[in-house]
Every structure is written in C-alpha cells, then in structure tokens.
Design a protein around this ligand. Sequence first.
Ligand SMILES: Cc1cc2nc3c(=O)[nH]c(=O)nc-3n(C[C@H](O)[C@H](O)[C@H](O)COP(=O)(O)OP(=O)(O)OC[C@H]3O[C@@H](n4cnc5c(N)ncnc54)[C@H](O)[C@@H]3O)c2cc1C
Length: 428
Amino acid sequence: MSSSHSGHVVIVGAGAAGLMACRELGRAGKKVTVLEARERCGGRIFPLPTSEFGYPAEGGPEFIHGDAPETRALLLEGGLSISPIQGTRWKVRDGVFSKAESSVPDADRLFKALTELEADLPVSDFVKRYFAASQYGELRRVIRRMVEGYDAADPARASTFGLRDEWVGRGLGNHGRVVGGYGALVEFLVDQCRRRGASIHLGAVIKAIGMSGGRMVAYCADGRAYEGDAVILAVPLHLLSEIELPHSAREKVALSEQMGFGNVVKFLLRFATKWWAGTGSKDLDDLSFLFTEDSVPTWWTQYPSGNPVLTGWLSGPRTKAVMHLGEAELVEFALSSLGKAFDVAVEHLKHNLVSARAINWGNDAFARGAYSYVTLETRKIQPLLRSSNGDGVFFSGEALYSGRDVGTVEAALASGSETARALLSARP
Ligand SMILES: Cc1cc2nc3c(=O)[nH]c(=O)nc-3n(C[C@H](O)[C@H](O)[C@H](O)COP(=O)(O)OP(=O)(O)OC[C@H]3O[C@@H](n4cnc5c(N)ncnc54)[C@H](O)[C@@H]3O)c2cc1C
C-alpha cells in the first residue's frame, strides 16, 4: 500500500464525522474524495424543509447536550448561534398534569451507589441489586426514562459506568438548539470541504473496499470505483458488516457487534394552533417537555418560539413494537397517544393537523437505528477500532468517541477530527 502521507484519501459517509475528517485533511493539504450513499450530506443530521413545519425542523438531532466543545467551536467559526432551551417541563399521569421535577428522586442514594460501584454491570442488574424495594418505584422510572428514552438503550445491555459518567459527570441540564438547525452546520462544513478542494459524490453506495495495483479502491453498487491511498469508513458502525472489507478490517468490524446501537422513532406534528396551551386546568403556554405514561412517552414544543409543533419521541427497545408500521400508521399511533395524554379526541387533533412526519430510523437503509450507547464492552473495543492496522483502513463516527457522550453530533465531530489526526500521523 502507498503511504497514507502520499496524498489521496477516500472517505465513505458524509455525516458529521466524515465531513469533519474531510475538512481537517483538506486543511492539511490532502486530496479528499467523499462518497455518500444518500442524495444529501449530513447523514443522521436531517433538516426538513421550512415549508413543512414553518421552521427548519429536525428529523434527526435537535439538541446540543452539555459542553460540546467541538460543536460550539464550529458554530462560532460558522457564525452560527445557540438558543438555550426554555420553558417548563410537565408530566401527566392518569390525566393529571404536574410539573416534572428536574431533580432525581433518592438522588443521594443513587449517586452513592453509582460512585461506590467497583465493577460494571448492566443497568437492569444494577437497579435490581440496589433499588428493587417498592419505595424506589419513582427512581426506577426515572432511570428507565434516562436509559431507554435519552440513550435509546436496552437497560439489559447498557453499562452502569456509562450511566454514571453521564449522570454524575454532567447532570441532565444545559441543552440548546442551533439557530437555523443542525443543517446550517452541515452547510458550513460542506462549504469548508469544497473550498479545500474536496470532491463529494452523492448517491454513491459503497459495497466493497479492495486493493488494486497497491492502491485502495472503493467500489459502488452502481459499478463506479474510486481509488485512494487510504480509506476512512465513516458509516454507522453496524452498517460496516454490509461492506466487503480487507480481512484485517473485517475482524475489527465483528467486534463492533458488541457495542450498543439504539433506535428512535421521531414524530413531528404541526397544528394550526397551539391548542395544548389552554387544555386542562393548567397553563401550559410555556410547555417545553411533557413526560407521559402513554405509548409515545416524551413530547416537546419549540418554546419560546411560537411554532405550533409538537415533537414526539419513542426510543430504545420499545420501538420494536412499531417496526412494522408505515409512516401514516405511525402518525395515527402518535395522535392516539397524544389524545390520551391530553384527553382530547383524535378527530379533534386531526382537524387541527397541518403536516406530520414520523421517522423510524431503524428502517432507514443508511442508518438502521439512531445512535450508539455504551455497553460493558464498548470502552474496550473502541481503541481497537480507532487504531489503524497499517492496512490503510480507518474507522470514524459517533460510536468511536472516547469522551462521555457517544451517540451525539459532538461525538461524531470529535471522532472525525481524531481520525484525521490519526491518519496524518500514521507512519509512511
Ligand atoms: C432521531 C435522532 C435524534 C438525535 N438527537 C440528537 C441530539 O439531539 N443531539 C445530538 O448531539 N445527537 C443526536 N443524535 C445523534 C447524532 O445525529 C449522531 O450521533 C450523528 O449525527 C452521527 O454522525 P456520524 O457522522 O457518526 O454518522 P452519520 O450521520 O450516520 O453519517 C454516516 C453517513 O454514511 C452514509 N452511509 C451509510 N452507508 C453507506 C454506504 N454503504 N456507502 C456510502 N455512504 C454510506 C450515511 O448515509 C451517512 O450520511 C440523534 C440521532 C437521531 C437519529
């Protein structure tokens, strides 16, 4: 194989990780070709047309979680800004609305058990061992909402150390949104890549990576082939098994099966009016999040913006029950759940409905799920996937992030930068 220093890098996948790697390699003077299966860049960052929801709504990521230094630096560079989440969080149980506490019940006990834990174990076992007593019912509910809802994870596989890093390290607060949406960030990155001479090919579904005449070749499903001196695979981890790879890379890919990857179904419902503000006995005008006991357990608004859009979130193992439903059926499912939560007739909701989307990421051919979560094996496998075998094949993406928040845009951007650095410092 030619040296990775000798110049031309092929990147498979134009999501946040692939674009970030492309930008950094372009900055270092490399020739870069990006091959993307979809007819657009951004991957799981999926901006919806403003005409559909009245603002650049997000079919994929919407929030910036915590410090997110790479994301914030990039936004600053691109002249983009962040709007903090505002408003009041509510929960509804048996038709009764009450303010959702941001504090965790029995927090002292939970944090003590987490910090004293010496050996990792699945979250479901941790809960059984320390919090099985009936008095911890509310705490169990909060942990489940965090693990299944926020991390889209299976509690039987999710790492308790991972949960500890998230909770003890950061807490749940400090979220914001990109003004103009994450799509604006993708546009900025694409522009940066092109300015540095990168060529980006859309509709290029890569089926195999091979060698020819000492060079690496990426083969597309439609017969096109692209040569380079090194290849970065920046596709979602478990899609790697659908790409034929050199033997050494295949062994690594097999390991990645042990890492967690959860699913999300995201519902966006645009109404003619903000009808929920005056529903029931409470003033819900500044509703931010609503937690329910119904089949779609989490909803949020665009507050403080007045857009009359409700976004529903179904994630983790509970999405398995709806995998067979098409988009129209999913919208019905969401309306029925919303009607139950607010005790409003579905027909009334339909009458008020302007546009609707239901995006089941598990059925997306180029994602097959939403984002990764930390299992007991993740932290052992990540360094193996990040390191190069000297075969010219590199892996990148949110799942490989060594920091706390895998499964985020921040993780993908940081991983892209890290992969570029690893490639640049690889021995000739
Ligand atoms: C519904 C949802 C909500 C989310 N919410 C948030 C949030 O609020 N905040 C947050 O920070 N993160 C959130 N995330 C996670 C975040 O979107 C991802 O972690 C991040 O965008 C992943 O970037 P990536 O570059 O690693 O992968 P991707 O964006 O998936 O990029 C990989 C690219 O590879 C392409 N590809 C796949 N197979 C092939 C192939 N064979 N040939 C060529 N190209 C291929 C794909 O089309 C894709 O463009 C959310 C994700 C989802 C789905």
